[in-house]
Design a protein around this ligand. Structure first.
Ligand code: 13P
Ligand code: SF4
Length: 351
């Protein structure tokens, strides 16, 4: 990897688009024949369209179960880059589908709900990020994949929670770094690697909700439970974790570890795969401030439903469009990420 500076940060701020029709989609959802076998219809459409269904671990269990591949952000990007399907149906959020389109521009990329965004993406508007970058002209920008294509285009290297530490360790020690947009992941990686990074102050609305006070109470009730936490959680919560990692890392940990009970501090959709992988073990969702974990469901991921999945395949909308200039600029840091994480194996869990 060549780190000769400066990386040429792009200057244009063009936007990607989701071509959809929200009112039509909502109306159509209510008009689906309730006797329709949605699973069978989705399978039929998948064959007819030569489509692949990719799903993130935070999707509902029924969507995960009919997906061709379920994974974390890195594995889903790799699948999107390498599939020979004509259509990618992305059951996840917009930045994931957009990444798939950047990596596979010739494919039709569908997202069941065009409003499926992400609080981290929202926290980092391109115009503000451009100004931020200009304040640190000697820094390279390592940016978490949870951001828009415009932010990717303004970045030097993309990372995910699976490869962030490894990527930072490959950057020469004298090279200053900006890390955006998740300040908790940035702080965690900074601590692990000893690298002092300038952090953009974004957060994930889901992982911010976990309550340390309630976690301590829950640990007292279940002293035999181990805590598995995602690094998007705040540092004071991570202090209580036995294992910290990306969704695929948490899944691997609870599957291979010898304990029988776990408190899971990430979006509870992942518990579906945990239960499938280790049916004899017990998984408890980490609590929010109200003592329950229902507030930790990602409101964006939850927008995707089986009905919308069926409709997006039937109507071939909403579809992701990324203008060529933006795509070329966003591809560069994504390609760097894929090259810099070549030795990280793909997670074993797929359907
Ligand atoms: P990973 O699945 O890559 O750990 O990412 C978690 C996440 O927040 C996705 O939005
Ligand atoms: Fe974004 Fe957080 Fe939802 Fe992931 S869980 S999509 S980071 S809001």
């Amino acid at each position: 990897m060549d780190f000769a500076l400066p990386f040429s940060a792009p200057v244009s701020l063009v936007s990607s688009k989701v071509l959809g029709n929200a009112p039509l989609q909502a109306e159509a959802e209510n008009q689906i024949d309730p006797t329709l076998d949605l699973e069978a219809e989705i399978s039929r459409l998948k064959k007819d369209m030569n489509a692949v269904i990719l799903a993130h671990y935070y999707q509902d269990g029924d969507i995960q179960d009919l997906a061709d591949f379920v994974g974390d952000s890195l594995d889903l990007s790799r699948k999107a880059a390498n599939t020979d399907a004509d259509v990618i149906v992305f059951c996840g959020v917009k930045f994931m589908a957009e990444t798939a389109k950047v990596l596979s521009p010739q494919k039709l990329v569908l997202l069941p709900d065009e409003k499926a965004g992400c609080s981290l993406e929202q926290s980092c508007p391109p115009a503000d990020f451009k100004v931020f970058r200009e304040k640190y002209p000697d820094h390279i920008a390592v940016t978490y994949i949870n951001c828009s294509a415009e932010i990717k285009a303004l970045s030097d290297i993309i990372c995910t929670s699976t490869n962030a530490e490894q990527i930072i360790r490959q950057i020469p020690k004298d090279q200053p770094i900006i890390f955006a947009p998740d300040r908790h992941l940035g702080a965690y990686i900074s601590k692990k690697t000893g690298r002092d990074m300038v952090l953009w102050q974004g957060t994930c609305v889901v992982h911010e909700q976990f309550s340390v006070k309630e976690m301590v109470k829950l640990k007292t009730i279940h002293p035999d439970a181990k805590v598995a936490a995602h690094p998007e959680c705040p540092e004071d919560l991570l202090k209580h974790a036995d294992h910290i990692g990306s969704t695929s890392s948490l899944l691997k940990y609870v599957t291979e570890d010898s304990a029988q009970k776990y408190i899971i501090a990430t979006e509870p959709g992942i518990i579906h795969q945990m239960q499938k992988a280790a049916p004899h073990k017990e998984f408890i969702g980490a609590p929010g401030a109200d003592g329950k974990c229902s507030c930790n469901t990602c409101p964006f991921m939850a927008l995707n439903t089986m009905e919308k999945l069926y409709l997006t395949m039937k109507n071939k909308t909403p579809a992701i469009e990324v203008p060529d200039t933006l795509r070329a600029q966003a591809l560069l840091p994504l390609d760097r990420m894929l090259k810099m994480s070549q030795n990280i194996p793909t997670s074993k869990i797929s359907t």
